[in-house]
Design a protein around this ligand. Structure first.
Ligand code: SF4
Ligand code: SF4
Length: 98
């Protein structure tokens, strides 16, 4: 079963409003780790996007892409993913990538 953002109530998702967006805080600056996706493991179930607190996982049609401007590095996507498709990696390893 594929779960998409459009199935979420307009005013309520598990943590925030995916349509109105909670993306007003500079949550990206809180991050000490970032989720890195192994697309080969992803089955596009959508659970990561539903549980992401700032709703910063963007639907790309066959996977979800992390918006690093708002990803706070909480790791919930990695915990919720039934396929183990995310690996949390320290920000220090991306120092030259921004
Ligand atoms: S680590 Fe995952 S769940 Fe947490 S903010 Fe980033 S994308 Fe969302
Ligand atoms: S990364 Fe995991 S939780 Fe997210 S869509 Fe892919 S399989 Fe589902």
């Amino acid at each position: 079963m594929v779960i998409k953002h459009k199935w979420i109530f307009k005013t309520e998702s598990p943590w925030s409003d995916a349509n109105q967006l909670m993306l007003k805080l500079d949550t990206g600056s809180w991050r000490t780790e970032r989720p890195v996706l192994d697309k080969a493991k992803c089955n596009y179930c959508g659970l990561c996007a539903i549980y992401c607190p700032p709703q910063c996982l963007k639907d790309k049609g066959d996977h979800y892409e992390v918006d690093l401007a708002f990803c706070k590095g909480c790791g919930i996507c990695a915990k919720e993913c039934p396929k183990g498709a995310y690996t949390m990696k320290p920000e220090g390893g991306f120092a030259n990538e921004g």
